[in-house]
Design a protein around this ligand. Structure first.
Ligand code: ACO
Length: 310
């Protein structure tokens, strides 16, 4: 058997901040943001909703979607770069809030690739027979790590959480191949500075992302012996539409085969891929038997891709 996704969920804060709203607080404009990034608006959570609250919301949604009860979950992994506290972990709070058994939970940090690292970790525990159902969450409140005076980063980010419950599926479905990687030589290009703000060399990250997203997506197809033409859906990390389109073009995919949420949510880091997956499922874009590539990159530098058959 393979590990696969049994249910998906998300939590998106209500508060919309448009590019026009940002024009009022920093020296930027709607046209620059749209053309350079594809972002039109993002969600910013209020002070009383932190990363942990969004993680809990997404977790409950995913468990319900999987048709399971909280006591069916055996392990919780939360990917985040914006912990509410360093410890206890967000996963511990989720365990209590959803009312699961006293199961293990842990947080992991691989920047925007974190959800991919969590999914691959879950896959191994499931396929080894250690745990039956694993809840993987990607949650980030990047607005609290944003320097609102730095226009080169402030326009990019948004808040949100996404989740998936993984469990056993048939040999023909689920995760067919994966790839993860880290390169600390690029640490200086994207990191949290001493004021806990995101610091980024945009053009270096851009070049890395264009190269790596296409390469990782092709690599998971090749590992599973699946041709580019057999790919049904690409769900890339939602950082910048130009980076996403570059990956899509490497795969010769038409626009309608790539899931896009960057225009409405911005870059939500660890949440970006699971939120996009949830959007795709809920909007009916995912069909049984579809070959789907999830692919992300982030600070570290890190990257990760998974080929799933739905
Ligand atoms: N509004 C208006 N002008 C701006 C803004 C802004 N918000 N930000 C920068 N500019 C200006 C710059 O000052 C520069 O002006 P100059 O030419 O007079 O010096 C000009 O716009 C061009 O700036 P560039 O940085 O060259 O613009 P570029 O086309 O490279 O786009 C961007 C910048 C969008 C940041 C791009 O480099 C990018 O997307 N990089 C990757 C970012 C990314 O994906 N990060 C992932 C983070 S993942 C994680 O771990 C959180």
């Amino acid at each position: 058997m393979n590990a696969g996704i049994l249910g998906v969920g998300s939590y998106i804060p209500d508060n919309i901040v448009t590019n026009k709203d940002l024009e009022k607080i920093i020296d930027t404009n709607d046209e620059w943001i749209r053309t350079r990034t594809g972002i039109e608006e993002r969600r910013i959570a209020p002070d009383d909703i932190d990363t942990v609250d969004m993680a809990i919301g997404a977790a409950k949604d995913a468990i319900k979607d999987a048709g399971l009860q909280p006591e069916d979950i055996d392990f919780i992994i939360t990917a985040t770069v914006t912990q509410t506290q360093r410890h206890p972990s967000i996963s511990n709070y989720v365990q209590h809030a959803i009312g699961s058994k006293k199961i293990p939970g842990m947080d992991l940090e691989a920047a925007c690739s974190g959800f991919m690292f969590g999914v691959v970790t879950a896959k191994h525990f499931i396929e080894a027979g250690t745990y039956k159902n694993v809840l993987v969450i990607g949650a980030d409140k990047l607005s609290k790590a944003t320097n609102w005076e730095d226009r080169s980063t402030a326009v990019l980010f948004g808040d949100g959480a996404g989740a998936a419950v993984l469990g056993a599926v048939s040999d023909d479905n689920g995760i067919l191949s994966f790839e993860l990687g880290s390169d600390g030589a690029g640490a200086e290009f994207l990191y949290e500075d001493e004021n806990h703000n995101i610091n980024m060399n945009g053009s270096e990250v851009f070049k890395f992302a264009v190269r790596q997203m296409g390469y990782s997506a092709l690599s998971v197809l090749e590992k599973a012996g699946i041709e580019k033409e057999e790919l049904d859906l690409l769900i890339p990390h939602q950082a910048n539409i130009r980076i996403m389109n570059a990956a899509r073009e490497r795969l010769n995919l038409p626009e309608e085969k790539m899931i896009k949420t960057v225009h409405k949510y911005g870059n939500t880091s660890s949440a970006s891929i699971p939120v996009a997956l949830c959007d795709a499922v809920r909007s009916g874009k995912v069909k049984d038997g579809d070959n789907i590539v999830l692919v992300g990159f982030g600070g570290g530098l890190t990257w990760g891709a998974v080929l799933l058959r739905w």
